[in-house]
Design a protein around this ligand. Sequence first.
Ligand SMILES: [Zn+2]
Ligand SMILES: [Zn+2]
Length: 144
Amino acid sequence: MADPTDAILDAAPGESRRATCSCGQLVAIARGEPVRVSMCHCLACQRRTGSTFGAQARFPSDQVTVEGRATQWSRIGDSGGKSTRHFCPTCGSTVYYQLDGAPGFTAIPVGAFADPAFPAPRFSVYEEFRHAWTGMPADVEHMD
Ligand SMILES: [Zn+2]
Ligand SMILES: [Zn+2]
């Protein structure tokens, strides 16, 4: 007799990771490994995060489950693409966002996982805006 938990595991291989806002009411659960982890030094990511760069992990949207209430806000980027951020209306943390240029994927800020063992970024973008003191992984791929 099949155990119903087997079906769930078959449908969702790999580990699940849980991203939350600061107050904890907005949660994004991502199954499996991210398809891309990057760091972005652009000024929009600096403003979005309040930090000097953004680090984000991209997952197929069908591997991301959201719980809780989110407010959304969209911004047109320098390259003309739209990003839609979803953040907690109570504490303001962005827990996930989507880019029109990457349909079918959901990006989650790495910090929202609060997991120092999360896979390191493989790509670094918008380095022209990088704060000079920011360190990066030795094997990171530098883009534009
Ligand atoms: Zn919150
Ligand atoms: Zn950016």
